[in-house]
Ligand binder design. Structure first.
Ligand code: G6P
Ligand code: MG
Length: 214
């Protein structure tokens, strides 16, 4: 039997490519403070990687009627966009180096994010052309921890899931990668089931990607 060969690295966006995870937190905080619902960084940990509506339901599930929820989701997104408008984004340390290393090694690169703002953020960063495929939250009905976003990214790159490594900072994303049949590098110290864990993106290097047994 022929062993799969590493062909692609699929990156999460928020908290991996850039620090927009912080702006998601601040926007949720602003909304929940206004609604008088307790919300801290501790609760925010559960929201990493999961969709906008699912996030709201986790924190405030059952408290509001359907059209109110839609209004609050729009409000959260408006706060989020305002944070993006008021702050200049840059890639997190280690990301540009890894993308260059992957380019030199002929390994494909994709983004798979549950955020519908992902294309705009990559555009703001001037990084759209760095990836051969970009999958965002509008392209799949199921967000992470479902494997769909990663599977779609592999399909767009014309590679099989077993030929991919995922870089992820959320527990939902690590779960999604495992269920997609992909290896994963977790960014952060508390991610269960990642194939490899790094405290920080600055430690990313192609040698880690290549150290997986393909
Ligand atoms: C990603 C982020 C989440 C965010 C979700 C939806 O999964 O990690 O924090 O809630 O995308 O993002 P959006 O920009 O569409 O509200
Ligand atoms: Mg993330």
């Amino acid at each position: 039997m022929q062993m799969p060969k590493l062909k692609a690295v699929i990156f999460d966006l928020d908290g991996v490519i850039t620090c927009t995870d912080e702006y998601h937190y601040l926007a949720w905080k602003k909304l929940f403070d206004r609604l008088g619902i307790e919300f801290s960084r501790r609760e925010n940990e559960q929201l990493k990687g999961i969709g906008r509506r699912e996030s709201f339901e986790l924190i405030a599930g059952g408290k509001f009627s359907g059209d109110k929820v839609d209004r609050y989701l729009r409000e959260k997104n408006e706060y989020y966009i305002k944070f993006l408008d008021n702050n200049k984004l840059s890639p997190l340390p280690g990301i540009t180096k890894l993308l260059e290393q992957l380019n030199s090694a002929g390994i494909s690169k994709a983004v798979a994010s549950g955020s519908r703002n992902a294309p705009q953020i990559l555009n703001n960063l001037g990084m759209t052309a760095c990836f051969e495929a970009i999958v965002d939250g509008s392209m799949c009905t199921k967000s992470k921890p479902a494997p769909d976003l990663f599977l779609l990214a592999a399909e767009k790159l014309c590679v099989s899931p077993a030929e991919c490594v995922v870089v992820e900072d959320s527990q939902a994303g690590i779960q999604a990668a495992a269920d997609a049949g992909m290896k994963s590098i977790g960014i952060g110290n508390y991610l269960r089931n990642a194939d490899f864990c790094l405290a920080d993106t600055r430690l990313l290097d192609i040698s880690i990607v290549l150290s997986f047994n393909f």
